[in-house]
Design a protein around this ligand. Sequence first.
Ligand SMILES: NC(=O)C1=CN([C@@H]2O[C@H](COP(=O)(O)OP(=O)(O)OC[C@H]3O[C@@H](n4cnc5c(N)ncnc54)[C@H](OP(=O)(O)O)[C@@H]3O)[C@@H](O)[C@H]2O)[C@@H](O)CC1
Ligand SMILES: Nc1ncnc2c1ncn2[C@@H]1O[C@H](COP(=O)(O)OP(=O)(O)O)[C@@H](O)[C@H]1O
Ligand SMILES: [K+]
Length: 498
Amino acid sequence: MRYAHAVETVRKAEGELMARLPDGALMQRAATGLAGVCARVLPRVYGSRVVLLIGSGDNGGDALYAGSQLARRGAAVRALLVGSRVHEAGLAALRAAGGRAVDVPRSAEIPAGSAASMEVAAADLIVDGLVGIGGSGGLRGPHASLAILAGAAEAPVVAVDLPSGIDVDTGAVEGTAVRADVTATFGTHKPGLFVNPGAAHAGVVEFVDIGLAGELPTARLECPQAGDIDALLPRPEPESTKYRRGVLGMAVGSDRFRGAAVLAAGGALRGGVGMVRYAGREAVATEVVRRWPEVVVSVLDPGDPLAGLPEGVNAWVVGPGRGVDGAAAAELESILATSAPVLLDADAVTLLGQRPRLVRDRAAPTLLTPHAGELARLLPDTSPREVEARRLEHATRAAEEYRCVVLLKGSTTVIAEPGRPAAADPTGTSLLATAGTGDVLSGLVGSLLSGGLAPREAAMCGAYLHGLAARLAHDGGPIGASDLIDALPAAIRALRAE
Ligand SMILES: NC(=O)C1=CN([C@@H]2O[C@H](COP(=O)(O)OP(=O)(O)OC[C@H]3O[C@@H](n4cnc5c(N)ncnc54)[C@H](OP(=O)(O)O)[C@@H]3O)[C@@H](O)[C@H]2O)[C@@H](O)CC1
Ligand SMILES: Nc1ncnc2c1ncn2[C@@H]1O[C@H](COP(=O)(O)OP(=O)(O)O)[C@@H](O)[C@H]1O
Ligand SMILES: [K+]
């Protein structure tokens, strides 16, 4: 598991640790780790041209000390000073090691052809020490110009602690931010490194241990790794039966959206469910069984659909392609009145927006899996764009308001549960941005719920496998939701190998 803490927590923990250590010790640890990361990114240190982008704060100090270490190993290090002040001891260390520093004019944009712009363009490595956890908002003035120049340069960019300009606590990017190839982050991960759009600016995140772990409380955000998912995933045991592995009820698809039922059932079957019990109209049930003969179907009578819903299931998936009419609402209400764990997706989430109490007052485990548009319908005065800009914040708010677990789909899938650290899925890929992949996810997560995982853990495992399956299914061209189903067994197999 990778753990991320909010700025306020990091500051407090660093303060406590610093009080017990000699002055500057933490910065030396950070700088040494950073220099090591830079040395691994460079083909060789000796003779390479390293450009440091240096802002006002300690983030610049880290970069200057790391630069001094690289200079001692034979790199030609040049610091571009752009802040209203500079970390003086770091600058002195750089100079003592033979590095040089130039002031970048702070008032204006940096013109093409200026000395600073030529330095950046000719670099073998660019180190982003503009701002760290003390930054706020998108980058301003010459900081922004340097970030743009660094983005246009060929050299790899190593970000110090985080890519300057991203919102550390949320991953929001409001304005210009550095795009790094590698981020060396100190003491703990930061939430913005795991949540897009911030995460996409961080590149590969390398953790630098500065001895902070003992001072840190519970994380704000967790990012599960293959081993964590492998440990959680239910697997058949010698005494397993189809019932013990989990019976999943599925109220998905409709005459109009038959594919949703087929895809969701496929996700469940390849997710390791013991039995899928499909409930729906005859035409849909026929399609489901044609594709998946192992599914047990209950054909619902349009005159009295609730009477035909199967009983004795371990969990339910409700919503994808099901519609938002009165019958769908009555069905949702009836399923939520059971004591089984329920996953609400798509239309069921839309229906919930008008009936929040259905979930708020429910004692049994409940999981919502909206995309940004659906989540926005759950939160008054919130647009899908706002949800996408600050995913973590909105998923957390919805989980608190509806008192249940929320998996918010999208560029980064995030999972929130009141009173627990949020989780960010690391495997997501835009290959998934194609119709029907959400239906597969609902079945997959449903199968894990029916297998006994709690909603948060089922959501974490499902999202991880979903993204991994997309990556494995991808052989250079596009993939569809059906390919994703086929790749799920390989994704489960790959967990052990990762
Ligand atoms: N604490 C510790 O123990 C350790 C901390 N460590 C390191 O310290 C880092 C935090 O350092 P920090 O607190 O000095 O803040 P930091 O982010 O360098 O600069 C903030 C300054 O930047 C500016 N600025 C802000 N926003 C801006 C914007 N949008 N656009 C442009 N400029 C902007 C603003 O300055 P001003 O504009 O006022 O000149 C503000 O004051 C941390 O990330 C880690 O790297 C490590 O050494 C390990 C031990
Ligand atoms: N840009 C993206 N990057 C990563 N994953 C994405 C992206 N866009 C969509 N996805 C994923 O694709 C799936 C789409 O689900 P959803 O919107 O419910 O589609 P549908 O209703 O067509 O099945 C979700 O798992 C979501 O996280
Ligand atoms: K930085």
